[in-house]
Design a protein around this ligand. Sequence first.
Ligand code: FRU
Length: 500
Amino acid sequence: MHFRPARNWMNDPNGLVFHDGRYHLYYQYNPNGADHGFMSWGHATSADLVDWDEHPVAIRHTDEHEIFSGSAVFDEHDSSGLGTEGTPPLVAVFTLADQRGRHQAQGIASSTDGGFTWTSYAGNPVLDRGSSDFRDPKVFRYSGPAGDYWVMVAVEAQERRVVLYRSDDLKAWTYLSDYGPRGATGGVWECPDLFPLAVDGDPDDVRWVLLISLNPGGIAGGSGTQYVVGRFDGVRFVPDEPGPPAAPRDGWDCSRAQLEACDWLDYGRDCYAGVTFSGLASEDRVLIAWMSNWDYAGQLPVDAERPQRGAMTLARRLSLSRRGGRVRLIQEAIGPATTPLDPDPRGSTWPREVAAGATLALDLAPQARLRVRLHPAGGAGAGLAAELRFRDARGVSAVLRFADGALSLDRRPGAAGLSSAFGSVQRVQLAEPGLFEAEIWVDNADSGRGSVEVFADGGAVALTDLVGTRITCVELVAVGDAMLVEEWSAEIPRTVLAEA
Ligand code: FRU
């Protein structure tokens, strides 16, 4: 359910495009090994965003250039002239990063066989600012009061600046505006995305979401992605709230308070460089991110027989909703169809009171979806402290704790033998101290490791972490007063059941 190539290194998702009934996922890929290098675009496709087929490398590095991150669009009216008679092309836009690390500019390639083979454009680069850190172009079609044209958002990474350009043919680009530095600036800005969504589905209240990944300087440490909600008039992005702090005067680092004033796509450590698909209806906004962190991605141990590093998060459907006076990004995981694993081992019905100190355990399949919903048994005003203990064959590997309205994930217990940057605790405040409700996807597909993706506060808070060992069982423990459990269940993907 989490895509990973059969071998070798993978990082950012690239060129996400839905075309001819298929989701195409390209990604930063090293065809030669399990470390970052020789960057090329790997390729996988899926009909449902869950089961992926890996294909041969789509766009390969050359002796001069690596192919860094970027996007892909269907050039329906062949504005680029790169199609053939009757076949408009898919056009990929990416960063040509010179092998010596001194120069980055944007190039394009086209495909007339539905995204399987690509031809590099002879006039590359198409956009060059003479910069060493100008990268990660995300292109979309803008159609609004200002006109109808292609827009590119990219970054001047070191300057913590998003730069916007427009084009009529994907080849000649003119400058529109830029955004930043602003908000979180503790690391280079990378992999931006900009897209519209209607607030609570209201077509008269459309906002634009600007995603900015940064590394390091994320809320959980290392790589992270902030988002800003605002307006885009075809030229300039203007945030709704002047709120997020401007860049600090002395250096780029931000205080904890400054980071907490920003909105984050994910509060865990392993959700980076997430971008959305093109080619879907405007309200069908689907994101995939890289499930790792530059702090330790290159040090994760590999299986000697089949060296591989890196995986994607689950695909997530995005929407906007007003919560407590603010417009927040809501995420819904797109996982496999599931079947209850063990709906209720003791046959009793929910809700059930769980005494202080008592435990409800669930054995897990290699992949599972957990759902939990609980209140303090003493009613409003009583404290609520609960833990989900993820266990491997030897003991506890990670603990998800909900107490005093805050959610934290401590993966230090299972981090022995891994990079020192891996052992960490993440924490995020949730909206309601007296209710804990979450959906959690667990996957052990990595060699020797697991991952948890937590969606809480109705999808307004996501927390994604790799964990150091394989998870075989999860316990729900009332660590404070008695609690009233309304739901505690595990479901497993039907495909996993079929294989068992
Ligand atoms: C983000 C990133 C991008 C770059 C790519 C290189 O993780 O650093 O800015 O294009 O990875 O692989």
